[in-house]
Design a protein around this ligand. Structure first.
Ligand code: ZN
Length: 186
């Protein structure tokens, strides 16, 4: 992204499977905004308490301070003085997150949202598909298939749980390509 809008906000969406580097990319963008002396903040939903409650942490242990929020409205309430707003794990937010991001961008803010585009069934996950439609800039990242080494777009759950949300890491999930992904039977 070499050209960015003047006198306007915008929405960037970073999506992809688990282990595709979404959080790492979110952290990289927010760090660069900090270096540029912008006011930045990162939010994440309260549901996700892995690693650290007050930080966003990528799989390679890169981390930045973040604020836990219970719902998307809280993001709006906490962002008035910010120039750049990061949101991690967007798939766990309520559907109003789309309106919240629109509202922030309309208020001349830069919004950087990271989230899983598909769940363990390979189906659209929460509000992320709608956010992808609203994005001015969209990056879909791939992981590496842990079976064959191809680029991977799916998050394979290794347990039999059938809840949509099961928090875990390499103990429960692995990245898989289209050929190696096995959609769980309902
Ligand atoms: Zn594969």
């Amino acid at each position: 992204m070499t050209l960015t809008p003047n006198n306007s906000g915008w929405i960037e969406v970073i999506c992809g499977s688990m282990f595709s580097g979404k959080t790492e990319e979110l952290i990289r963008r927010i760090r660069r905004a900090e270096i540029a002396k912008m006011n930045t903040i990162i939010f994440k939903p309260q549901i996700d308490d892995r690693y650290s409650s007050s930080h966003v942490v990528s799989h390679n242990q890169s981390k930045l301070a973040s604020k836990l929020v219970k719902n998307s409205q809280e993001i709006l309430d906490e962002s008035s003085k910010m120039d750049v707003i990061g949101i991690d794990e967007a798939q766990f937010f309520d559907d109003d997150i789309v309106k919240v991001c629109q509202s922030l961008a309309n208020d001349n803010k830069r919004v950087v949202v990271a989230g899983l585009d598909t769940d363990y069934l390979g189906k659209p996950f929460g509000p992320v598909p709608a956010l992808m439609c609203e994005a001015d800039y969209l990056d879909k990242l791939t992981a590496i298939c842990m079976q064959c080494g191809n680029p991977a777009s799916y998050s394979q759950r290794l347990t039999q749980d059938s809840e949509q949300v099961v928090i875990g890491e390499t103990d429960i999930y692995e990245a898989r390509c289209r050929n190696c992904f096995e959609a769980p039977k309902k």
